[in-house]
Ligand binder design. Structure first.
Ligand code: NAP
Length: 314
């Protein structure tokens, strides 16, 4: 462990990359760590239509690449394939642990986002990669002229169901209620698309198949009727789980594991900030994550400035 950074950003999605742009421009010695390739969950989105500046929409991957290019232009140091496993507080410094080595910093921004939640039903794990997927953008093209199920009624489920109609012959949306949570414009598109069929008030309770997905077992929760639909793919969009396990009990989290912050995005530990989807908040959107990344970076800069002044006075 040779260097001490001013700021380490954990997570390279829109929040982390925006924090990186601001911190690099503020000439903070900044390192961004990402467990995979930079971009986060937006890289799984085929099209983002509500991020300003792209009137025709933009693919999540393209947007992430542009953000990364912009951050690197200002000198942000990025280490990919570095999975962070712990945060330790050492006197005045924060130690970030990873299998690739440990890193010391004066301030930290956590922007580790979320991972897709699982349904936890029979056949789900066994058939993942064999017809069960959490990413239509990655796997949709394998389902040309096939029937698929999408589970969920939120923005992810409905936008990805619409994307799947480019390939699939029929998309059955299985939703546990009789109305969607997704934004109205997506609902209108889905209701108008003849390839999208809705199975309301129902749960997918089992995925059947020997070596690949063959049938979805669906239970109507009002009538208890059970039907088996012959299908080739199941795409699951039933919410998300925050990537905060690695934090242990170092920071205060809400009951679902999201990081609690004040309005300046300070966590329960001085000098540690959180931004983006990983934070307890009302709205998870790229535009929000970008705003929070900027704010967290500015607040980290002010924290470092206060710390420097204090050291100088002592
Ligand atoms: P979400 O909004 O939490 O929706 C999850 C959906 O899964 C809900 O319809 C929920 O049903 C259903 N669900 C949850 N647990 C379930 C279970 N055990 N069994 C069956 N169904 C279950 O998650 P999301 O769609 O991934 O969106 C996450 C955030 O990202 C949201 O803030 C969303 O607005 C944002 N996002 C935005 C866009 C966009 O703007 N284009 C695209 C993607 C995501 P209920 O409705 O009954 O609760």
């Amino acid at each position: 462990m040779k260097e001490i950074y001013d700021l380490i950003i954990v997570g390279g999605g829109p929040a982390g990359l925006t924090a990186g742009i601001y911190a690099s421009r503020a000439r903070l010695k900044t390192l961004l760590l990402d467990k995979g390739v930079t971009g986060g969950q937006i890289t799984l989105s085929e099209r983002i239509e509500n991020y300003p500046g792209f009137p025709q929409g933009i693919s999540g991957l393209d947007l992430a690449q542009k953000m990364e290019e912009q951050a690197k232009r200002f000198g942000l140091e990025i280490k990919n394939l570095t999975e962070v496993t712990g945060l330790e507080l050492e006197d005045d410094f924060k130690k970030i642990l990873s299998a690739q080595g440990n890193f010391l910093s004066q301030a930290v921004i956590i922007a580790t986002g979320t991972n897709p939640a699982k349904l936890e039903i029979s056949g789900e794990d066994r058939l993942t990669g064999r017809g069960v997927s959490y990413c239509a953008t990655c796997d949709g093209a394998f389902f040309k002229d096939k029937r698929v199920i999408v589970v969920g009624g939120g923005d992810s489920a409905i936008s990805e169901a619409l994307f799947l109609t480019k390939f699939a012959s029929e998309v059955l949306v299985v939703h546990r209620r009789d109305e969607l949570r997704a934004t109205k414009i997506l609902q209108e598109e889905a209701f108008a698309n003849p390839k999208v069929k809705f199975i309301w008030n129902s749960h997918l309770i089992e995925i059947k198949g020997e070596s690949k997905v063959e049938k979805g077992v669906i239970k109507n929760k009002l009538t208890n009727e059970i039907i088996e639909e012959p299908i080739d793919g199941v795409f699951i969009y039933v919410g998300n789980i925050p990537n905060t396990r690695w934090l242990g009990d170092t920071l205060e989290l809400d009951e679902e594991g999201y990081i609690l912050t004040n309005q300046d995005l300070e966590t329960s530990v001085k000098g540690v900030f959180a931004a983006g989807d990983v934070r307890h908040s009302q709205l998870k959107q790229v535009a929000v994550a970008v705003g929070e990344g900027a704010l967290a970076s500015i607040m980290a800069e002010r924290y470092l400035e206060r710390k420097r002044r204090k050291t100088y006075r002592q």
